[in-house]
Design a protein around this ligand. Structure first.
Ligand code: ATP
Ligand code: MG
Length: 574
């Protein structure tokens, strides 16, 4: 491709709404343009990079025995009513009516459609296992679309679905996809971690997320420094404290704490550390008030609370609701005589007694509270988030907290859709059985953003070679010189014959502009030809990542180029 005839509108400045580097660079490199919030057009360079991701994904899916299909983006509401998700899915599901007043939605995911496809056709165990996949545009009306391709409303996903005759088969499909995912992300040159995304509480059902490590990641990961344990912080289990039988404290006693609402204020006023204080947090789950207790120096993990309560949604009580429940302004809630439907305490609180808590009375706290003696607890539960330095739930080694971008997710569905949508097959004995399903997603467009978050410098993108729209850009620094132009064309053809997708920068621009643009768009290999280098009989080669420049002789160009290229690739592999 020739730059002079390509649509690569590079920009000096990033748009004001681009908060993260990948968003800034994707726009500046002329790869994407915004149409509306979370909705982007892909320009030639962006589309080429996307195609590189898709190619690796396709090759690994095909290798794993999955078959490619393409499902519709528009989905009838009927299927979603059948699965029960028409009501459940919430506002991320973009719903609309067609001219015949039939409800429909834009597919955010395709479990319903693929289950419908398969239930009509798969009749016998002999047709199983079956894995189908597609690479397709999804729409999710995200509440906060942001960070460019990282969290779009319209985005490209690879979604795969497995169908098996029993749990063992489903396990095997899961393993096959898990391994295919590892190959995909390794081949793309991403630094990633596989993390547990569910604790395995429900009948061995669990899922794994594939996280690209980056400071800008929206997900927090607990990773053990000693063993291979890694889990999404939403799920990472905090070990229960060692068994203890603390002696009961003296009876609770009120103490005046005028105007002290927060743990910090109460601690400072009573000269007590935060870990002597119990925070009482009030929520509503399924319309009922629920209280959760955690130590003053800890953070409550709402996902864990939600899971423990098996609630679709939990919502923090408003200040007015807190007052209605406790009879006191916010900041003075406490567990003694608290009228809630469920009163849960973090497991850690069982290890000692004699807490400072709110008194459910304005400007007042209680000392010497015993959860065992003074409080009607519903249960102890794992409610707080694992923190840096906490013991690993597997080996007790020290936990580190990392940030990641979720680029893939493998998930066991079990019978969720085959039951609700009646997708069955006949087993060897001629008995009707439900299909056991799994689903597997890769954020194809998000990978571009994640790769750039991980690979950039102050001058632009550093594309890992397998992802680069062009692995090599050859810039003619003297486009007005006939001999330079002729030599550049020669080299261009030679390199194309090497099987390389080369971009020839033949624009009538100053060298400075070209140097900047080439660095910005991030081709791993750059070659510069100008009158001066031509006179010396060489072409200048620059390794984008290391910045190292080398001169390659024109009279023995190919062998020298091949050797140099191997060095560039090795720099990425190492
Ligand atoms: P998240 O927690 O980031 O919202 P999710 O759990 O909703 O992700 P899945 O439903 O598992 O995501 O979708 C599969 C993959 O699709 C994700 O791993 C992610 O890489 C990608 N993805 C999900 N939502 C978006 C989005 N809004 N923009 C871009 N990619 C997305
Ligand atoms: Mg989501």
């Amino acid at each position: 491709m020739r730059w002079s005839r390509s649509y690569i509108p590079t920009l000096k400045e990033a748009p004001a709404d681009a908060e993260v580097i990948s968003h800034q660079l994707l726009v500046r490199a002329g790869m994407i343009r915004k149409l509306a919030a979370g909705i982007y057009s892909y320009l030639p360079l962006g589309l080429k990079a996307l195609a590189r991701v898709e190619r690796v994904v396709r090759e690994e899916m095909d290798r794993a025995g999955a078959q490619e299909i393409l499902l519709p983006a528009v989905q009838p509401a009927d299927l979603w009513l059948e699965s029960g998700r028409w009501e459940q899915y919430g506002k991320e599901l973009l719903r609309f009516r067609d001219r015949n007043q039939r409800d429909a939605c834009l597919g955010p995911t395709h479990e319903e459609v693929v289950t419908d496809l398969v239930r009509g056709e798969v009749r016998s165990y002999r047709q199983l296992p079956l894995i189908l996949y597609q690479i397709q545009t999804k729409f999710r009306d995200e509440i906060r679309p942001r960070f460019g391709l990282m969290r779009g409303r319209e985005f490209i996903m690879k979604d795969a679905y497995s169908f098996d005759r029993d749990a063992d088969g489903a396990e095997e499909s899961y393993r096959i996809m898990y391994e295919a995912y590892q190959r995909v992300f390794s081949r793309l040159g991403l630094n990633y971690r596989v993390v547990e995304a569910d604790s395995g509480a429900i009948g061995g059902t669990f899922s794994h997320e594939f996280m690209v490590l980056a400071h800008t990641g929206e997900d927090l990961i607990a990773a053990c420094a000693a063993c291979s344990y890694a889990a999404n912080l939403e799920r990472a289990e905090v070990l229960p404290p060692d068994a203890a039988d603390p002696a009961p404290p003296p009876p609770p006693r009120e103490i005046s704490t005028p105007g002290r609402h927060t743990v910090e204020e109460v601690g400072a006023f009573l000269q007590a550390p935060a870990r002597d204080i119990v925070k009482t947090l009030l929520f509503f789950a399924g319309g009922k008030p629920v209280a959760a207790l955690v130590r003053g120096d800890r953070e409550l993990n709402e996902t864990k609370l939600k899971r423990f309560l098996d609630a679709a949604e939990v919502r923090l009580a408003s200040p007015a609701e807190v007052t209605a429940l406790t009879g006191a302004p916010p900041g003075f809630a406490g567990p003694v005589n608290l009228p809630v439907a469920a009163l849960l305490a973090d497991r850690e609180l069982a290890a000692r007694e004699g807490w400072i808590t709110g008194a459910n009375k304005a400007d007042t706290h209680l000392l010497n509270v015993s959860l065992a003696r003074d409080v009607s607890l519903t249960a102890y539960a794992d409610l707080r988030s694992l923190g840096a330095g906490d013991p690993c739930p597997r080996c007790r080694g020290p936990i580190r907290i990392l940030r990641g971008i979720e680029v893939g997710h493998v998930f066991k569905l079990g019978l969720k859709y085959s039951r609700s949508m009646n997708a069955v097959f006949l087993d060897e004995a001629g008995r009707e059985q439900h299909l056991v399903m799994g689903c597997y997603g890769i954020g194809v467009s998000r990978i571009l953003a994640a790769a750039i978050e991980q690979n950039h410098d102050e001058n632009g993108i550093l594309f890992p070679p397998p992802l680069a729209p062009f692995p090599l850009i050859l810039a003619n620094l003297d486009p007005r010189s006939g001999s330079c132009a002729a030599k550049a064309e020669d080299l261009y053809r030679l390199l194309k014959d090497e099987g390389l997708d080369v971009l020839l920068d033949d624009r009538d621009e100053r060298p400075g502009v070209k140097f900047k643009d080439l660095d910005l768009v991030g081709a791993p290999m750059q070659l510069f030809l100008g009158s001066r280098s031509l006179a010396r009989g060489c072409v200048e080669a620059k390794d984008r990542r290391s910045g190292l420049r080398t001169e390659l002789p024109l009279d023995a160009f190919l062998p020298a180029f091949r050797q140099w290229r191997a060095g560039v690739d090795a720099g990425w592999a190492g």
